[in-house]
Each structure stands twice: as C-alpha cells, then as structure tokens.
Design a protein around this ligand. Structure first.
Ligand code: IMP
Ligand code: MG
Length: 177
C-alpha cells in the first residue's frame, strides 16, 4: 500500500491554493505579454496542467526533458538534453516551470542553455524548493513551497518513475531523515 511508505507533506487542497496564487502573480506580472511556458518533463507536467488553467493571460507551452538523477536520489551534476523544445525562443518571454529545485544543477544548466538562444526574458517558477541542498546560486523568481530536506513524491514527482500520480505531495519514508 502507498500509505505505508509515504507521509503526506502537502495536501491537494494546499497545493491547489498555492498554484492558484502563483498563477495570479504571474498573470499580473505578465499582463499584456504572451509568455512561453517551458515545462521540464516529466515532473512538472501535473503542475503545468493545473497552473496554466489558473492563468488569465494567453500563453504558449513547450516541453523539455533533461536527465538529472537516473535512478538515485542525489544529483550527479551531469545534465543531458533528452528532448529539446519544438520551436525557437528568440525574443520570447520564457517562464521555466519546474517541480522542485534541489541542488540547482539542472536549472542552472537549463537557464544558461536557454539564455544562449536569445529570449527576451527568462524567469523561473518552481512549485517546491529545497534551499538547504543548493550547490549553485540559482534562485526561483516564483516559489510555491519551501520544504525541508526530504525526498518527496506525488503530484508529478517520482522515485524511479513511481508515485507521480499521487494527488498529494508525500515524503517517501524509506529516505525520511
Ligand atoms: P537538482 O538538479 O538537484 O536541482 O534536481 C532537480 C530535479 O531532481 C528535479 O527536477 C526533480 O526531477 C528531481 N528531484 C529533486 N528532488 C526531488 C525529490 O525530493 N523528489 C523527486 N524528485 C526530486
Ligand atoms: Mg524535474
């Protein structure tokens, strides 16, 4: 049973309210713009689906997949593009949508990579942030929840591709500190 291995950290109601607030802030800040939401696969896909429906501005979406962890729970620092964007981002206002920032290595790489493509602007929206674990100087422009240094799953986040479909965000007790 899932309930034996996990403990709820953030309920679906708490997540929904926070995602709505994030979308309202972005809608205000990007009024009269049409940003491109870049969803980092696969973890941010549930967040994107909810977030975009709370936006009151027009947006485009695109997807990128990068390898970070493989099958372990700590970042290797090696980032590889598995799937690139479909279109050019030149002169576009790009908003990177992430599920979680941990070491920051993935996003540092991604931001540098996208900056070299000459967008008008780049900002970062993350649902979760584990600031204690940071090894780079990257900071999100919008952050849902700051969470303690625990391995979490659900709402898109996985452990070895499992648990992405949990509606709540849960601590995986196997790794609980
Ligand atoms: P970073 O490069 O260490 O910042 O790692 C970022 C990526 O690692 C995220 O996009 C997630 O896919 C994954 N990740 C980091 N922490 C967790 C966690 O607690 N649960 C599930 N995935 C995580
Ligand atoms: Mg991710």
């Amino acid at each position: 049973m899932l309930s034996e291995k996990t403990r709820v950290l953030l309920t679906q109601e708490e997540i929904r309210e926070k995602v709505k607030q994030l979308a309202e802030a972005v809608s205000r800040d990007y009024k009269d713009k049409k940003p491109l939401l870049v969803c980092v696969l696969k973890g941010a896909v549930v967040f994107l689906a909810d977030f975009m429906r709370f936006l009151s501005i027009p947006v485009e979406i695109d997807f990128m997949a990068v390898s970070s962890y493989g099958h372990s729970t700590t970042s290797s620092g090696v980032v590889r593009i598995l799937k690139d964007l479909d279109s050019s981002i030149e002169h576009k206002d790009v908003i990177i949508l992430e599920d979680i920032i941990d070491s920051g290595l993935t996003l540092s790489y991604l931001r540098e990579n996208l900056l070299s493509r000459n967008p008008r602007s780049i900002k970062i929206v993350t649902l979760l942030d584990k600031p204690e674990r940071r090894v780079t100087d990257i900071e999100p422009d919008y952050c849902g929840f700051r969470i303690p240094d625990e391995f979490v799953v659900g709402y898109g986040l996985d452990y070895n591709e499992k648990y992405r479909n949990l509606p709540d965000i849960c601590i995986l007790l196997e790794f609980a500190k």
